[in-house]
Design a protein around this ligand. Structure first.
Ligand code: UD1
Length: 427
């Protein structure tokens, strides 16, 4: 298992390019199954979850080729078959293949997906959407079997709760269904809009993109296209917040500023100066953070749950009492013990609320990531801390960050990863 070593206490300074979005890339890669011909996906992040998705597409018969332009996917030969269990279980986004395969081949059978352990993460909304579109879905012995019978039919889908994944799966199935589908209560996250944009480029007809009510006219033939994955708002937010924690000033090239309102608002509330331009986002952290802040995670455009752990680390440096309320996942305070080892003073107020008392100077320690965004938060805490921090469990971080060490080194940090197999440093 690899570990990341950070010598903290250095202000971040400089420029870094923001990678393509993981949460946009994964459903779009699954959606290529609905097209005929070759897709060229530009700016596709080179992360473990993308490699897993490509492995699954390869197992279905797609031809995959990385080159300087991005990743080329020829779906011409793809067909229904058993997919490798370990890849299905390796990430939550393998779920998108349910909708894509129902659409392409009319049937699907797969294990329950895995992914980060941050709460119960049921899939009832996904399965309910498929059933309403006319598929027969059976759950048995840890497997999901789906059959579209004589074909899916457009319908009215009312989502009782906002779910990014269920909305994406409903879209994937609905573009293949005959007739009109209306999805009410659709998730409005930019990654859902990116999936719709991609599908429209391929020839789908979708109205209401970016809103809570989508109208899809299904059954059209979709062709492979070239598509550029938008920049990752969560990676950009991680680096922005890390700079708030360490101090300094950075430029985030390509940062998707229009999707980062809530994070930029928090940074300004903590005393930062932020300036957006067509090229990216400039951030100057204040000498001292302003205190007594609060964030509540919410669906988009509210504060993203994926940045909640990173905020916990940053709040240790703010004076007074800062409050973090998690409203999306039940079990997303999994880094509290690790932060406490580093000297943070955090008190659990309720099941979904904690208070962070500061400012404290974090001290380097050996800690372990147990999920993706929590791992990025521990790296951030390490950058803020005096002395050396060792973050174990890098495989979680690699699921979503192309090379977090390289990116922070570009910003002047002393950080490198060590592979336990080779005992080698990456820099
Ligand atoms: C996606 C993102 C993840 C982000 C999350 C919320 C990807 C690959 N992952 O995850 O990074 O943290 O959105 O912005 O895009 N729920 C149900 N039933 C369902 C589905 C979801 O009750 O069938 C609940 C979940 O348990 C959770 C809430 O709905 O409490 C939101 O989950 P959802 O939006 O589905 O998250 P994901 O799509 O898994």
């Amino acid at each position: 298992m690899d570990s990341i070593h950070v010598h903290g206490g250095i202000c971040l300074q400089g420029k870094v390019k923001v990678q393509g979005s993981k949460n946009a890339a994964l459903p779009i890669l699954a959606a290529t199954l609905l097209t005929r011909g070759t897709n060229v996906i530009h700016n596709c992040p080179k992360i473990a979850d993308v490699y897993l998705m490509l492995h699954l597409l390869d197992s279905l018969g797609c031809r995959i080729l990385w080159d300087a332009d991005g990743v080329k996917i020829d779906t011409g030969h793809a067909n229904y078959c058993e997919m490798p269990v370990e890849a299905i279980r390796g990430m939550r986004s393998s779920l998108c293949l349910l909708g894509a395969l129902l659409g392409r081949t009319g049937k699907v059978s797969m294990e329950y997906p895995g992914g980060c352990v941050i709460g119960k993460r049921p899939i009832d909304l996904h399965l309910e959407a498929f059933r309403k579109l006319g598929a027969q879905i059976n759950e048995r012995d840890g497997r999901i079997d789906g059959n579209a019978g004589k074909g899916l039919k457009g319908t009215l889908l009312s989502m009782p709760r906002s779910s990014v994944g269920a909305t994406e799966n409903a879209i994937l199935a609905a573009v293949s269904a005959k007739g009109h589908t209306c999805i009410r209560g659709a998730a409005r996250e930019p990654e859902v809009a990116a999936l719709c944009d991609y599908l429209c480029r391929c020839g789908a007809k979708i109205d209401g993109i970016g809103t809570g009510e989508l109208h899809i006219w299904g059954g059209r033939t979709l062709r492979g296209v070239e598509y550029r994955i938008p920049a990752d708002r969560i990676v950009a937010g991680t680096y922005l917040l890390a700079c708030m924690g360490t101090g300094g000033s950075i430029f985030l090239e390509d940062a998707p500023i229009s999707q980062m309102d809530s994070v930029i608002r928090l940074a300004k509330g903590l005393g930062a100066r932020c300036q957006g331009s067509r090229e990216g986002l400039y951030l100057q952290a204040p000498e001292r953070l302003l205190g007594d802040r609060k964030i509540s995670t919410q669906v988009y455009p509210g504060f993203p749950t994926d940045l909640q752990s990173v905020v916990l680390a940053v709040f240790t440096k703010a004076p007074g009492c800062c409050v973090v309320e998690e409203n999306i996942f039940e079990d997303r305070f999994r880094i509290l013990d690790a932060l406490a080892l580093m000297g943070a003073r955090i008190k659990r107020l309720t099941a979904n609320t904690v208070a962070v008392y500061g400012p404290v100077r974090l001290k380097g320690h050996e800690v372990a990531a147990c999920e993706l965004r929590g791992g990025a938060a521990l790296v951030t805490a390490g950058l803020m801390a005096d002395g050396e921090t060792v973050v174990k469990g890098c495989e979680y971080i690699e699921r979503g960050y192309e090379n977090i060490c390289r990116d922070f080194r570009e910003l002047g940090a002393r950080i490198y990863s060590v592979s336990s197999e080779k005992g080698k440093r990456d820099a």
